[in-house]
Structure formats: C-alpha cells, structure tokens
Design a protein around this ligand. Structure first.
Ligand code: LRH
Ligand code: MN
Length: 430
C-alpha cells in the first residue's frame, strides 16, 4: 500500500501521547461503566464509522468575491487522491472519495481506480455538474439544465449525467448525486410547476440508466446560485421526486441547504420514516450555504442529527443505509486539516449518540417529562468522548492527534515544493 506519510512518524508521535490517552481512556471507561456502557464496544463503533471526503474539498475554496490559493494545491485528480490518502492514513475513517465530473474527469479510469485502490481508497458517490458551462459546450446552463425550457439543453444535461454513470461504473462507484443550480432570480422568470415537471422528466432518463445495484441521490437547496426560487428547493420537493422516480432514488441532505433555524434533525427523522434518506453532505453554516467545517458552528445540531440516525440504526429501520459524505469549502484553513478534524467531529457525534440512554429517554417521552428527556440527551452530548475517538484511530494505525502528526510530517511544505503554484486566481468555490 503506497503511503504518503512514514508510518514510523505516526507511531513515534503516538508514543508521546499514549500516556494521557490511556489515563483518560481508563477514567472515561469507569464513568461509562457506571452508566452501564462498555467503552470497548464504543471504540468499535467509532472504528467502524465511515465518511467520504469530497475531491473538491482538498483544494482551497473561495467565495464569489475571491479565492486565496493555499500552498501545494492539488493540480489534478491524482494529486487530490494523494491528499485524500494522507487524511485516511491519519484519521482512518475516510476510505471513500466522492468525485465531481468534469472537474475530476480522468484520461484513463482504470489507471485512476488502481491509483486510488493502491492507497486504500475507493470511489464513493459520483457528482454531475450542470451548474457551470465547460469550454466548447454547445448549450449554456445559464437558465438551467435538467429543467431548462429548451429540450436541447435538457438533452445535453441528461447526456452528461449518463456519462457520469458510465464513468462511475468503471471507477467502482455505487451511487450518483445530482444537484442542479436550476432556478430563477425574479418572480415570473420561471413557471414553477412546469420547471419541476421538466426536471422530473429529465431525471427519469437518468434513473432508467442506473447500473445494477446503484442508487440515485438528489440534493435540494433553498437558494444560490438562483436568488428567488430553485427548482428543487426543499426536502418536500425532493421527497416527491424520489417517490416519483422509484425505489432506487433517495433524498440527500446537505446541511447548508436550508434556511437558518430549520429543524434539520426533524427532516432527517422524516426521510428515515419514509424510507427515502440517501445520506448527507455534512458541513456547517451560520447564515447561508457557507460550507464551513462540520461541527464548527452548531455541534449540538450535528449531535441531534446523529441521535436520529443512531436511533434508526439501533431499531434496525428497514432500508436504513445512509451514505455519509463531507461537502465543505476550506477558504482559510489547510483543507487536509479541516477534513481530518471534520471527520472526527462526525465520529464524535455518532459515538455520543450511542451513549444516549434510549430506554430512559423513552420513559421520559412516555411520561412527557420534557426536562428529563432533554437532560438525557445533553448528558450524552456533554460526555467528552475524545479518548474513544483517539483510541479507535490509534488501534487502526492512525494518529492519536492527526493535526499534530500532519504538521510534524511537513507534508504541506513537501507538496508545496513538488506542486508549483498555478496562476489560477479568480473567485469561486473551488
Ligand atoms: C451545491 C453543492 C453540491 C455540489 C457542490 C460542490 O451547493 O452542495 O453538493 O455539487 O456543492
Ligand atoms: Mn452538497
């Protein structure tokens, strides 16, 4: 297995941290045992947790105003895979990489697949892109894609999605994610009902072409790049569409795609109950689709989302098989550090949700003891499970402290020399 970082460095750094970990782990173990919980089984839960990283997340992101490139930016999909391999080596919970086409279009899919597999990585959900125009593209997506009024534009968008399926098959992917920027900036610009009907018709063709065993994920979004209405604006519309399409279609929840203060954990519970939860694009936000690091702004919301997911997991809800992906834009941090710590924040919320005393919670709910029910959840959320996360990483050959090892590895400085800065200035998320 090709490793970017020297395994000896990881064990040496872990040796420095081992004592505090063992001490804190033993203390937490006693604390949890008093609550009837076995810390060993929680380490197994942490070690089994998987989240895919977005290929577009290892480059420095930007906004519509500007993008300030970092050093050693990956210049192509192979360098993106190298960076994803470092994240996996240290964080251990991220073997899946979600590609975006055409940003990651390979010349040779087989070569790319073996390059990734030789680094312990596989390709998770494919992502199509009909929200920007490519060089030499025949029809513009300025006024939409799968819902465009012009059949030729819709055709072009369908063809692009079919291409993503073909490519994904060669790469070993098993699902396809469709997010479209289709929408309007002014009242009257779109015929709301007809636009949605056109979108569903176009997507039916993509659905029909799904390879065996694949799933289709559609992603709703309240606004941006359209600023008055979007065709797939919320979970209700998404749910209607996936019901219309069929059993292999599911609704994907990107945390940043909702109006402020929307109860996202409730949307998650609904989609679980309706058997249509695709999974997630995890990130965090204060205002809009800020694509900030997961758990950085609203960690309690993240915990409450995992509380719904773990409740369904424990109850073995039929068809419950959510795909977890990060979808973030790293404008001011080292993307590798942000993705490692964000993956850890998801494992943290997942383990804390497994600490919730669900029998006690059910009793409080039955007796409408609102305060005790809240305190039952808060007890889990306020439990510092870091020793469990670090132990799981260490036992899986990763780092007790991924950021510390990454910084002492000098990887960023090394790739900065190997990857001369590109003259690509300008704005935009990637
Ligand atoms: C849209 C989105 C979508 C991706 C893009 C990079 O906001 O969340 O999931 O295609 O970001
Ligand atoms: Mn997304």
């Amino acid at each position: 297995m090709a490793h970017a970082l020297d395994g000896e460095l990881i064990s040496a750094e872990n040796r420095k941290q081992r004592d505090w970990l063992e001490e804190d782990y033993a203390h937490l173990g006693r604390q949890l045992a008093r609550r009837g919980l076995d810390i060993g089984s929680l380490v197994e839960k942490a070690a089994a947790f998987r989240v895919a990283v977005p290929s577009w997340g290892v480059g420095t992101g930007g906004t519509r105003f500007a993008r300030f490139p970092g050093t050693g930016e990956p210049r192509n999909v192979f360098e993106k895979i190298e960076d994803c391999a470092v994240i996996l080596q240290l964080a251990r919970s991220t073997p899946g990489v979600s590609l975006h086409i055409p940003w990651d279009e390979p010349d040779d899919a087989t070569e790319l697949r073996s390059f990734a597999e030789s680094r312990g990585l596989f390709f998770d959900s494919m992502n199509s892109n009909t929200f920007e125009d490519q060089e030499g593209q025949r029809h513009s997506y300025k006024f939409g894609s799968l819902s465009h009024t012009d059949a030729a534009v819709r055709r072009q968008a369908v063809e692009h999605n079919l291409h993503c399926l073909e490519l994904g098959k060669k790469l070993g992917a098993r699902s396809h994610t469709v997010w479209v920027g289709d929408g309007g900036n002014f009242p009257g610009q779109l015929h709301t009902r007809k636009a949605l009907a056109r979108y569903i018709d176009s997507l039916r063709e993509v659905y029909r072409a799904l390879p065996d065993g694949w799933r289709l994920f559609i992603e709703h979004k309240l606004y941006e790049p359209a600023f008055y209405s979007t065709v797939i604006n919320d979970w209700g519309v998404s749910y209607h569409c996936v019901r219309e399409l069929g059993d292999k279609a599911f609704s994907l929840v990107d945390l940043g795609h909702h109006a402020p203060n929307v109860n996202i954990e409730m949307i998650v519970a609904r989609l679980i109950q309706f058997g249509k939860l695709a999974g997630f694009h995890f990130n965090d936000s204060k205002y809009g689709d800020d694509d900030l690091d997961s758990g950085s702004i609203k960690p309690f919301q993240l915990f409450l989302i995992f509380n719904e997911l773990v409740d369904a997991e424990i109850e073995k809800v039929p068809g419950f098989d959510p795909a977890y992906m990060l979808d973030q834009s790293h404008n001011v941090t080292d993307p590798i550090e942000s993705l490692m710590t964000s993956a850890a924040e998801l494992v943290r919320a997942y383990v804390q949700a497994h600490i919730v005393d669900r029998a006690q919670l059910a009793e409080h709910q039955e007796r409408n003891d609102a305060l005790q029910a809240l305190l039952c959840l808060k007890q889990a959320f306020q439990t510092d499970v870091e020793p469990i996360l670090a132990m799981a990483r260490m036992r899986a050959g990763g780092a007790i402290d991924p950021v510390a090892v990454y910084r002492s590895s000098g990887y960023r400085q090394r790739v900065a020399k190997a990857r001369p800065a590109q003259a690509r200035q300008g704005a935009g998320i990637v």
